[in-house]
Write a protein that binds this ligand. Structure first.
Ligand code: ZN
Ligand code: ZN
Length: 217
C-alpha cells in the first residue's frame, strides 16, 4: 500500500514528499531541505523506516523544490528525473540562489527526462505523470490511480493556484491545464500540493476562486 510522508522545508514552506510501499522502496519528490537540520530530518526518517530511496523526481525546478537535490543524490546515489522543459529552470537556480539568501546552494544535474504518461515505478507502485504547465513550463504532477492520490507541486492549492509571475509562467495556460487535466480526475482524488495543506479535486471544483465553478475567468 502506498504511504505518503510529507515534510515542510526552507523559508518558502515547501512540501517535500516521500512515497513508499510495503517493499520499502521509496521515491523522493521535490526535496526542499536546505539547512543541516532539515537534511537530518529527511535522512533520519528514511533510516528509521528502513527505506530504500530509488529516485528523485522534481515536479518542477523552482529553487524551493530543488534545494535538497544534490544532498539526496550524493547521499543515496540515485537518479534525478524531471520534465525536459524544466532543465533551463534548474540551470537558472544557481544564478539567483545567492540573491535569495541560499549561499550554500549546490547544483544538481538531471539523469532522465520524464514525459507525460511514462509510468514511474518503485516497489509495487506505479505513478502516472501528467503534464500541467502554466506555473512552470514542464510542470508534472504524479497521480496514483489505485489510491486516488496526486502529488501536485505548485499547480492547484487549497483555495488557490500556483503563481504565474515567475519566468516561464503563464496564467491562462495554468487555468486551462488545471481544468483540462486535473479536473478530469475523480472528485475524491486527494491533492498533495507543493505548499499548504491537502485538498481534493471535488472541493476545489466547487470552491476554488480561480478555477472553481464560481471563478470569474
Ligand atoms: Zn514553483
Ligand atoms: Zn513552490
Amino acid at each position: 500500500m502506498l504511504q505518503i510522508k510529507s515534510f515542510t522545508f526552507n523559508p518558502f514552506s515547501e512540501n517535500t514528499y516521500i512515497l513508499y510501499d510495503e517493499t520499502k522502496e521509496a521515491l523522493i519528490i521535490d526535496p526542499g531541505c536546505y539547512e543541516k537540520h532539515e537534511k537530518g530530518i529527511l535522512y533520519d526518517f528514511i533510516t528509521k523506516e528502513q527505506l530504500n530511496p530509488v529516485k528523485i523526481i522534481n515536479t518542477h525546478c523552482h529553487i524551493d523544490h530543488v534545494l535538497g537535490n544534490a544532498f539526496i543524490k550524493k547521499t543515496y546515489n540515485i537518479p534525478l528525473w524531471f520534465h525536459e522543459k524544466e532543465e533551463a529552470i534548474l540551470l537558472a537556480v544557481g544564478t539567483y540562489a545567492p540573491n535569495y539568501g541560499f549561499a550554500q546552494y549546490q547544483e544538481s544535474t538531471v539523469d532522465h527526462f520524464l514525459q507525460e504518461g511514462e509510468i514511474v515505478n518503485f516497489g509495487n507502485t506505479e505513478l502516472m505523470p501528467i503534464w500541467v504547465p502554466g506555473h512552470s513550463p514542464g510542470h508534472l504532477v504524479l497521480y496514483h490511480e489505485a489510491s486516488k492520490n496526486c502529488i501536485a507541486g505548485d499547480t492547484l492549492f487549497q483555495g488557490s493556484i500556483g503563481r504565474t509571475d515567475l519566468p516561464g509562467g503563464d496564467h491562462d495556460t495554468l487555468i486551462h491545464s488545471i481544468k483540462d487535466k486535473l479536473f478530469s480526475l475523480p472528485d475524491e482524488v486527494v491533492i498533495y500540493p507543493g505548499h499548504g495543506p491537502t485538498t481534493t479535486i471535488g472541493f476545489e471544483k466547487l470552491n476554488n476562486p480561480f478555477v472553481g465553478k464560481n471563478a470569474r475567468n
